[in-house]
Design a protein around this ligand. Structure first.
Ligand SMILES: Cc1cc2nc3c(=O)[nH]c(=O)nc-3n(C[C@H](O)[C@H](O)[C@H](O)COP(=O)(O)OP(=O)(O)OC[C@H]3O[C@@H](n4cnc5c(N)ncnc54)[C@H](O)[C@@H]3O)c2cc1C
Length: 435
């Protein structure tokens, strides 16, 4: 079978909206980008009575929001320890707490559309040091911002995933999964039912302040907006150079296997959890919602590469975890852009009246509708727009103009042949000592 280079998720879902030819003359709020952030913003503003128009350069959702792994949960990133160092205890704890609140909000939206699966998530330690860091993280989380997490030793981990590769793991029983395309359809329907107009395949090409709002040029005409929310994350272009300079994009690659023989997934991944590794390759994988395939993602490269080459690299990693995976046939291989801030935290803010939320740094399924909502409420001057993510750091780097930073092309071979090779050697030594 020919490898399909678009997301596995796209084979299901509602009919795509027609291409927009007719742009309304004005709106209370324009939202640029119809991914999870843009829809979260539009929904919040419409529920407060605003007339909202959302534009997307492509089909709504076909940025990261319907390309992702569909793993959803409250903050689980190793950065919590880093956040404590960077932001101090008060803000770090507020970030974790708001993450949990954001997850509850988004989960309720997906439960209402019937697309949320309660699966739990395990994070697997690739080296002994990673396992020690996990133990410290869980200690700090329990002390500072209690959240249901359980440290698993090597034997306990086998109840969730059968592999010799890891040194233990962390279990998040409360986490879950969505089929991203269906989750996006659910949000889009909700926004439309609240009165939001969505203009598909209609990029906003320019904006300028006018009176007490903005005049926007789009591919299908001009529109005047009283308020403006920019929700383009990893797909941010140069319409606002200020915004573009403060975010950079990194590709994430995913493959789907063909349907596996019955019993294979129950044997190799008996928990049917969402599974995430601690190594720099950042592999994340899960059974498909029907439990018949493995969807396997990761950092096959730091720059965009051909999907066939990415599929080969991801399959090699998958076979390190489960040797029999080397023989599995693949049906799909695709990629999408993650949006990173240089501090690696999401950020909500405004610049010259343009409100925005972006920089989920690979973990945006739970937070993006929530922070989109915050951005819209802040634009409307609503006190409910208060968020800890307006206090995180937002910075740029010399000569970064937007998109893929100039240093990423240089970093890519270094990352592959030095960082990854070193970590792999370390893990091998750790495993030999264990025998
Ligand atoms: C392969 C992959 C796997 C991932 N897996 C996970 C996961 O399992 N769990 C998790 O939590 N997160 C995951 N993420 C991250 C998550 O998908 C994102 O953080 C989230 O979807 C961001 O949503 P968004 O709406 O901000 O951006 P996007 O969904 O990227 O939307 C941005 C939109 O802006 C539009 N746009 C850009 N410029 C313009 C313009 N000028 N005019 C109009 N429209 C414009 C684009 O067309 C695009 O549709 C993954 C991401 C990728 C790419």
């Amino acid at each position: 079978m020919e490898l399909i280079t678009e997301p596995y998720w796209w084979q299901d879902g509602a009919e795509l909206p027609p291409v927009c030819h007719d742009v309304p003359a004005k709106a209370d709020m324009v939202v640029v980008g119809a991914g999870f952030t843009g829809l979260g913003a539009a929904l919040a503003a419409a529920e407060k009575g605003a007339e909202v128009v959302v534009f997307d350069a492509g089909q709504p959702g076909q940025g990261a929001s319907t390309r992702n792994g569909g793993m959803i949960g409250a903050p689980h990133r190793p950065e919590f320890v880093q956040e404590l160092k960077t932001y101090g205890r008060d803000l770090a704890v507020r970030i974790v707490r708001e993450g949990a609140e954001g997850y509850a909000h988004t989960r309720a939206l997906h439960e209402a559309s019937g697309v949320f699966q309660h699966t739990g998530r395990v994070q697997m330690a690739f080296t002994r040091a990673h396992f020690e860091a996990m133990a410290e993280r869980v200690r700090l989380i329990h002390e500072l911002a209690p959240q249901e997490t359980r440290l698993l030793n090597r034997e306990e981990l086998q109840d969730h995933i059968r592999s010799d590769l890891y040194f233990g793991g962390l279990y998040y029983p409360d986490h879950g999964a969505v089929q991203p395309r269906l989750a996006h359809d659910g949000l889009m329907k909700r926004a439309r039912d609240a009165g939001v107009t969505i203009c598909a395949e209609c990029a906003v090409t320019a904006m300028k302040p006018e009176g007490d709002g903005f005049r926007l040029t789009t591919e299908a005409g001009e529109i005047r907006a009283r308020r403006l929310v920019w929700a383009t994350n990893g797909y941010t272009g140069l319409q606002s150079r200020w915004l573009a300079r403060r975010i950079f994009r990194v590709p994430s690659f995913i493959i789907a296997t063909e349907e596996l023989p019955e019993g294979v997934i129950d044997r190799l991944a008996p928990g049917r959890r969402m599974m995430v590794e601690s190594r720099a390759r950042h592999s994340y994988f899960r059974p498909s919602p029907d439990g018949k395939r493995i969807i396997f993602g990761g950092r096959a490269a730091l720059v965009s590469i051909d999907e066939r080459e990415a599929a080969r690299r991801l399959q090699r990693t998958m076979a390190e975890i489960w040797p029999e995976a080397a023989e599995w046939k693949l049906s799909h291989s695709w990629q999408g852009w993650l949006g990173f801030t240089f501090a690696r935290n999401p950020y909500v803010g405004s610049h010259e009246g343009v409100h925005f939320a972006y920089g989920y740094s690979g973990n945006g399924v739970a937070l993006s509708p929530w922070l989109g909502r915050k951005a819209a409420l802040r634009a409307m001057g609503d006190p409910e727009g208060t968020t800890a993510f307006a206090e995180t750091r937002l910075e740029s780097r010399p000569y970064h103009i937007g998109g893929t930073p100039w240093f990423m092309a240089l970093a890519s071979p270094w990352w592959r042949f030095v960082v990854d090779a070193r970590e792999t050697a370390r893990a091998r030594r750790d495993r030999e000592m264990r025998r």
